[in-house]
Write a protein that binds this ligand. Structure first.
Ligand SMILES: *[C@@H]1O[C@H](CO)[C@@H](O)[C@H](O)[C@H]1NC(C)=O
Ligand SMILES: *[C@@H]1O[C@H](CO)[C@@H](O)[C@H](O)[C@H]1NC(C)=O
Ligand SMILES: *[C@@H]1O[C@H](CO)[C@@H](O)[C@H](O)[C@H]1NC(C)=O
Ligand SMILES: [Zn+2]
Length: 654
């Protein structure tokens, strides 16, 4: 029977094959079961004294060394906590990789462990500003202006800069933490539940006179390293329901609480589709504006950029997206960063099921899909025009991340291309059946790490037992005709979605009318713009980005819709990109507004397109002005953008 053969060929899960080439650890021989960290925060000096205690389980016949991932940290010593024996260690470093992926820390165990043995190890170390997962902020960079602030961003492979560990999404473990602070004003949250502050005894000897507080946390559900997270500052928590809350500095907390008052309802929407929420609480932190992403799905501690708080609840899709990760990403996880769509594609699919309940209109949901589709197609084109096969691969659902910082492959592709694949599969088997299939997939693979072969095999088996033989063979043939192409090819997906509907046509037709209007004139019915939902306005602007507008029409547009002064960053970044592209932004006032924008928001999605549109010299000037404000991850990506700017064909703007 032919399909069994194909199924076998698709399975890359042969013993001995490396699952994750972005880790230096020997995670196939020994695996973290539990991690306990102890951190003494010195936020004024931007230093953390850390200890990590690992509970390891041996998964090979004989183990003599433990290899862990580290990035720019100072290892003090390694020892067995139970009998205090100090162990030999050294760092193996490839100068070409050191600043890209980090180094390998090798700990010699001084004895052999056997398959199935469980043992504990402890490492004492220090980290500082070189830790690229961490953003240490000065008092002046905070909203409250009372104390320094710290937050982390571990995805993709950045946890290794704050803890030596097996930094791969294919290893899951439980964790706990004790965090000591020296300033009474500092409050700490981590991606775990707070526990009584004497639950874990301290591993290290401290002079407790200098200690203001001890915060302790515990997460009893197994997670991969990239979901460890911390925020410390003058942050407070406000409930929005029994199980949901908002965390932020005091200054804007009431505004945030109001904007996110319906969090619980959104959790409920997703539960209706996919099953119970298993993490207990849902908390969202509104971080300082330099946070480089819209959101980050740390369990019990979603991080979000303040740009999602618009005042009209229109930024809610980011919150729904992060909640959706509680199932896809945090419960079933990709096993390496080439498979990131296993997190993001599924998550977007679930996010839009939640949005359907929110908008009560599939048309409006598809407006989001269409905006995403536009972004995806632009990127597919951009990546394919590059001669580097690595960059080209970013257009597929299977980017090459080996020997690279996995963050480089980050784009909207795994989100939208992955979402569209799932939508295609849903159409094949019907909505009802696909919902059951996804629920069963989650049930079977929860708390594990998987790849697209696992999903394929699961899906085929499920369809086989839930359909007649005839239907099964037909569906399987359809799936097989697209699945591999959809994932591995770098050109457009084999099935093209229009997502066109009445709600989207209002936006795209209006864009069309403006583009074909005579300079200085308004098209008929131009007022409908004011009644658009935020996502229709986004679509309007992203459609204009594909047109050749002249500066006169741009000026007319601006005075008609007051776009340069809009308060919604989702609209502003598109409008500003358009303003640069069309050379509308040459007069001093406009350009100054854009320059201010990139100094106030550090969300890569919103500033990268602007940096891409700018000429090299202006981009460099603006970047240098804001280098201290930007997060290390944003710095890296803007530097890449500037580096890749060829000979300057744009008119210089300064
Ligand atoms: C991730 O796993 C896939 C198999 O699912 C493999 O083809 C790919 O090379 C792996 N990538 C990395 C970076 O390990
Ligand atoms: C669908 O297939 C799964 C997996 O084989 C099976 O457990 C389940 O009972 C089937 N559902 C129905 C309604 O037959
Ligand atoms: C344009 O928008 C800004 C900010 O919302 C507002 O203060 C201003 O009054 C608006 N101007 C006009 C002409 O509507
Ligand atoms: Zn996501």
């Amino acid at each position: 029977m032919k399909f069994y053969i194909i199924t076998l060929l698709l399975c890359g899960c042969v013993m001995g094959v490396d699952i994750d080439k972005n880790t230096f650890s020997n995670y196939r021989e020994v695996q973290m079961q539990h991690l306990h960290i102890e951190w003494l925060l010195n936020l004024n000096q931007k230093i953390i004294d850390g200890s990590a205690e690992y509970t390891f389980r041996v998964t090979t016949a004989e183990l003599k060394e433990v290899h862990l991932d580290i990035y720019q940290m100072d290892i003090k010593y390694a020892y067995y906590p139970n009998f205090g024996k100090v162990l030999d260690w050294h760092v193996e470093s490839d100068p070409k990789q050191s600043l890209i992926q980090g180094d390998k820390l090798i700990i010699e165990l001084g004895q052999s462990f056997r398959y199935g043995d469980i043992f504990k190890l402890r490492i004492k170390y220090q980290i500082g500003e070189q830790a690229r997962a961490l953003s240490f902020m000065n008092i002046e960079q905070t909203d409250d202006k009372k104390a320094p602030y710290l937050f982390s961003q571990c995805e993709a492979n950045n946890c290794r800069s704050m803890i030596p560990l097996q930094d791969t999404p294919s290893i899951k473990f439980t964790y706990s933490a004790s965090v000591l602070t020296q300033d009474q004003q500092i409050n700490v949250f981590m991606s775990g539940l707070p526990v009584e502050n004497t639950k874990f005894s301290l591993m290290e000897q401290y002079n407790l006179n200098g200690i203001a507080n001890i915060f302790q946390f515990e997460l009893k559900i197994k997670i991969p390293s990239y979901l460890i997270a911390i925020v410390a500052g003058t942050v407070q928590e406000r409930k929005t329901s029994d199980r949901t809350s908002v965390i932020s500095e005091a200054k804007n907390i009431e505004i945030y609480q109001k904007e996110l008052e319906h969090l619980d309802k959104y959790v409920k929407y997703l539960e209706d589709y996919i099953g119970d929420y298993k993490w207990g609480f849902y908390k969202i932190v509104i971080l300082p504006a330099s946070f480089p992403f819209g959101g980050m799905e740390n369990p019990l501690l979603t991080f979000a950029n303040p740009s999602i708080i618009v005042g009209d609840k229109s930024g809610i899709s980011v919150a729904i997206h992060e909640i959706a990760h509680s199932w896809f990403g945090n419960t079933v996880t990709c096993n390496n960063w080439s498979n990131m769509w296993i997190n993001e594609g599924f998550c977007v699919f679930l996010e839009r099921k939640g949005l359907l309940q929110h908008y009560e209109s599939i048309d409006l949901v598809y407006v989001n899909s269409l905006v995403g589709n536009d972004e995806m197609n632009a990127l597919i084109k951009e990546f394919n025009s590059n001669h580097d096969p690595v960059i080209k691969s970013y257009a597929s659902l299977h980017p090459i991340t080996e020997n690279h910082n996995a963050d480089d492959s980050f784009s909207t592709i795994p989100y939208e291309r992955g979402y569209q694949l799932l939508l295609y599969l849903e159409k094949l088997v019907s909505e009802d059946k696909f919902q059951l299939l996804l629920q069963a997939w989650l049930q079977q693979n929860q708390y594990q790490s998987v790849d697209e072969n696992d999903f394929y095999n699961f899906m085929i088996a499920w369809i086989q037992s839930n359909f007649s033989m005839k239907d099964f063979l037909y569906i399987k043939q359809q799936i097989d005709s697209v699945y591999i192409k959809w994932i591995y090819n770098t050109d457009a997906p084999p099935y093209k979605y229009g997502f066109i509907n009445d709600a989207s046509l209002l936006a795209t037709n209006l864009a069309e009318d403006w583009a074909s209007s005579r300079p200085g004139e308004q098209p008929q019915g131009y007022e409908i713009f004011d009644k658009f939902q935020s996502n229709q306005k986004q679509l309007f602007l992203s459609s204009l980005l594909k047109k050749n507008l002249d500066p006169v029409t741009m000026k007319q547009l601006d005075s008609t819709y007051n776009l340069t002064n809009n308060l919604d960053a989702e609209l502003l970044f598109r409008w500003y990109t358009l303003s640069i592209q069309t050379k509308y932004a040459t007069d001093f006032t406009n350009l100054k507004k854009i320059r201010t924008f990139v100094s106030k928001i550090g969300r890569m999605k919103m500033i990268n397109p602007i940096y891409k549109a700018l000429d090299k010299k202006t981009a460099e000037t603006w970047y240098n002005e804001n280098i201290r404000f930007y997060h290390p991850l944003a710095r890296q990506s803007i530097e890449n953008i500037i580096k890749n700017k060829g000979l300057d064909v744009n008119v210089e703007l300064l």
